[in-house]
Design a protein around this ligand. Structure first.
Ligand code: FDP
Length: 341
């Protein structure tokens, strides 16, 4: 009998046990983060279940509303947003919530307030819902550093001040990837137990990868460094093999693959969208936080992504993230371009 394998099967490291273990390293901790996380986990399980039965339950299709970015909202987006807002408020551990689906930040009633601010995209990649492709929830967590009335300033902070970030991918399996600033850990939902189990401890992104991931349909509008970089991926002049292209069009899925296999994910600025498409607070920051914690890098075309200081809650930024060496290459091209201009 393989005792080690048996112990692995019977001594399960659930996400709650994992976070409690982490918490025990900080004697002053009162368990607030564990409680907050358990509410986020609940939201993820609910959305996972809704995504899985979307076709059956007629949740696919438009909800008949448009969100603040002018995009059509899907029924599942609306449902996911409601689920997360309710779960986060009822945790009693949050004061400010910023959701991709809500124009304004939500300020929690004083009776339910706590010391965290959560920024999130409840269902990212919504154009992929109707065809059953992987989608996900992305979140980032800040601490409230005062006891005055909370304001949006409490979340208009650089990503390097986040205390935790993660995403849940609703794919062939449901996986929650989390960092509390001490590495990146992946948990897979065991549907029979209804628990996220640690399956990918201490994820490290390969130093260099052989995949690039970008919407090449926008190529005619790219700037010089992005165009040169993608050209290098396809026609390398140093004798290295050409990179493979993989693009799901769902940030969580594209970033998840990049984290596990290495390579680079880019959503650059272009002439039509000079500030890029992806949102700083709940797309760029959490994914950049995870990339850095896994040993990779995240760059905006100008600076380290986590050093951006957003001025608006729905601000956008170009983003290049992934394997350390691959991001170094794009950084060098932007530096060269800056010297010329
Ligand atoms: P979606 O529009 O389907 O919601 O920001 C949202 C996002 O998806 C990301 O998940 C994804 O990486 C990106 O937009 C895809 O954009 P393009 O369709 O322009 O490639």
């Amino acid at each position: 009998m393989d005792h080690a394998a048996d112990a692995h099967r019977t001594d399960l490291m659930t996400i709650t046990r994992f976070v409690l273990n982490e918490q025990s390293k900080y004697p002053e901790s009162r368990g607030d983060f564990t409680i907050l996380l358990s509410h986020i986990v609940l939201g993820c399980k609910f959305v996972c279940s809704a995504v899985n039965k979307a076709g059956l339950a007629k949740l696919i299709g438009l909800a008949g509303e448009t969100n603040i970015q002018g995009e059509e909202q899907k029924k599942l987006d609306v449902l996911s947003n409601d689920v997360f807002v309710n779960a986060l408020i009822s945790s009693g551990r949050t004061s400010v919530l910023v959701s991709e689906e809500d124009e304004e930040a939500t300020f929690v009633e004083p009776s339910h307030r706590g010391k965290y601010c959560v920024v999130f995209d409840p269902l990212d990649g919504s154009s992929n819902i109707d065809c059953g492709v992987s989608i996900g929830t992305i979140f980032g967590i800040y601490t409230l550093d005062h006891t005055d009335e909370p304001t949006t300033e409490d979340v208009l902070k650089p990503g390097n001040e986040m205390v935790a970030a993660g995403y849940c991918m609703y794919g062939s399996s449901c996986m929650l990837v989390l960092s509390t600033g001490t590495g990146v850990h992946g948990f897979t939902l065991d549907p029979s137990l209804g628990e996220f189990i640690l399956t990918h401890p201490d994820i490290k992104i390969p130093k260099k990868g052989n995949i690039y991931s970008v919407n090449e349909g926008n190529a005619q509008n790219w700037d010089g460094p992005t165009t040169k970089y993608v050209e290098k991926c396809k026609f390398p002049k140093d004798g290295s093999p050409a990179k493979s292209l993989r693009y799901v069009g769902s940030m969580v899925a594209d970033v998840h693959r990049t984290l596990l296999y290495g390579g680079i994910f880019l959503y650059p600025a272009d002439k039509k969208s000079p500030t890029g498409k992806l949102r700083v607070l709940y797309e760029v920051f959490p994914m950049s936080f995870l990339m850095e914690q896994a040993g990779g890098q995240a760059f905006t075309g100008q600076k380290r992504a986590l050093d951006l200081v957003p001025e608006k809650i729905h601000e956008r930024s170009p983003i290049f993230l992934g394997s350390y060496d691959d991001v170094e290459e794009i950084k060098a091209l932007y530096a060269e371009d800056e010297k010329k201009n």
